[in-house]
Design a protein around this ligand. Structure first.
Ligand code: 13P
Ligand code: SF4
Length: 308
């Protein structure tokens, strides 16, 4: 549902004016604060946002998300100015592997095809054969020749999940998302007891024992689509709580329960309207990827986009 001009706060209106003046587009991840999602031209999951970043003709991309997302936009559109309003909004999982560590791991399994989750640095992408997001990870794994082993970095939970789904041998790095990995099977069991008629949807960044208890596994956009289209009226969600804002608007009248009240990513909440405004005023903080890293990382991202 698109907001009417009169429904915006004074600060939101100032941001929208600045945005027009700069010929900017605002992209926001579905885990962002509601008031930030409301001023975005596009809200979505990591895959949707990177597709929008690739096709926009705006001069400036204001990325309301975390560092790796803005970096992916800069890899895809080096001629554009990419702003990350809160420069310290990182992803702890992306920081769990460095390019040096990946180079060392590749030497242990030189025959393996390296798939990196988009939640990784540009340097790690540059060392990888192909990238993936939670929305296309299984498809990307299936695109790898059947006789090849797969080295999956950095998320062990997503690596485990794609291995199960594809029946492929996956060697995975021991990284994890501290928000999704916090959800326990006991907490999810309790939510199921409290809401016996609800369908359980969880993100594949959750632990394998949590994924095993779910009815459906989806990226954030996948959950929103399914909630709207399905005949079910009640859902338990195993993902970051920021999703509630859009899912409630997209499927009004349906009920959504978080699997736990601890599913909050502080990095995703670090971007505020004040910081978005400041970034458009100062055209800072700007995310730039050095050319020699960008060229190699772009190959991994483009190979992902080409997988249908
Ligand atoms: P998706 O956007 O692919 O659902 O991933 C969730 C996430 O944790 C992003 O940081
Ligand atoms: Fe990283 Fe998890 Fe936060 Fe996403 S939700 S930015 S994967 S820590």
């Amino acid at each position: 549902m698109i907001k009417q001009e009169s429904e915006f706060s004074g600060l939101q209106k100032e941001i929208l004016e600045l945005k027009n003046k700069r010929n900017a587009i605002i992209l926001a991840h579905l885990y962002q604060r509601p008031e930030v999602q409301d001023i975005a031209d596009f809200t979505g999951d990591s895959l949707g946002l990177s597709e929008e970043a690739a096709k926009t003709d705006a001069d400036v991309i204001v990325f309301c998300g975390v560092h790796f997302m803005a970096e992916t936009a800069a890899i895809l559109s080096p001629e554009k100015t990419v702003l990350l309003p809160e420069v310290n909004a990182g992803c702890p999982m992306a920081d769990m592997i460095t390019a040096e560590q990946l180079r060392a791991k590749k030497k242990e399994c030189p025959d393996a095809v390296v798939i990196c989750y988009v939640n990784s640095s540009a340097e790690v992408k540059a060392e990888s054969d192909i990238c993936c997001t939670s929305a296309n990870a299984v498809k990307v794994v299936r695109s790898v020749p059947a006789d090849k082993r797969i080295l999956f970095v950095p998320d062990r939970n997503l690596g485990h999940y794609v291995g199960l789904q594809s029946g492929r041998e996956v060697i995975y790095w021991e990284g994890f998302c501290n928000t999704h990995d916090r959800l326990t099977a006991e907490q999810l069991q309790k939510a199921k007891q409290d809401h016996p008629g609800a369908l359980v949807m969880v993100h594949p960044e959750c632990r394998p024992e949590v994924v095993a208890l779910a009815d459906r596994i989806f990226s954030t956009s996948g959950m929103i689509r399914f909630a709207k289209e399905s005949d079910h009226n009640e859902f338990i969600l195993g993902t970051e709580s920021g999703i509630l804002h859009k899912i409630r608007k997209t499927a009004p009248g349906k009920k959504f329960f978080m699997a736990s009240d601890e599913l909050i990513c502080p990095n995703m909440k670090a971007t505020t309207l004040e910081k978005v405004k400041l970034s458009l005023e100062e055209m800072q903080p700007r995310i730039i990827v050095p050319d020699q890293i960008r060229d190699k990382a772009l190959g991994a991202v483009e190979r992902m986009i080409a997988v249908k």
